[in-house]
Design a binder for this molecule. Structure first.
Ligand SMILES: [Zn+2]
Ligand SMILES: [Zn+2]
Length: 131
């Protein structure tokens, strides 16, 4: 199994993964745009037991459209989000793909909220389009 390390900008908060991601997705929704500062969020979901977190984090809770609570964990020093969980689904941990700083990381299988997608963005042809 590949060992990968995600970390914040200053290195104070990191997540080491010891399994392949279960699901890799991109989300174009406006909340993900605001959270990331980018024009879409890209994240990989892992089994929680395969992820080792090091360092302290602060939390921001976002309530999703369907009422689900998403708990984002970000570095209190540099502000970068390193992982998040959906309340009630703690068996999974999601990690922003950019936090791995690894251009060889596998691409997304799912593209979500494309009605909010910026006009110049192009998704992989084989990605499944969700909502
Ligand atoms: Zn940091
Ligand atoms: Zn989103």
């Amino acid at each position: 199994m590949p060992i990968r390390t995600a970390s914040c900008s200053c290195g104070g908060l990191s997540a080491v993964t010891a399994a392949e991601p279960i699901r890799i997705s991109v989300c174009h929704c406006l909340a993900c745009q605001r959270r990331t500062g980018s024009v879409f969020g890209a994240q990989a979901r892992f089994p929680a037991e395969s992820v080792t977190i090091t360092g302290s984090s602060k939390q921001f809770v976002r309530v999703g459209d369907g009422g689900s609570r998403i708990i984002f964990n970000f570095c209190p020093t540099c502000g970068a989000t390193v992982y998040y969980v959906i309340e009630g689904r703690e068996e999974h941990i999601a990690i922003p793909i950019g936090a791995f700083a690894d251009p060889t990381f596998p691409g997304p299988g799912f593209s979500v909220y494309e009605e909010r997608m910026h006009s110049w963005v192009r998704m992989p042809k084989d990605a499944e389009h969700v909502a």
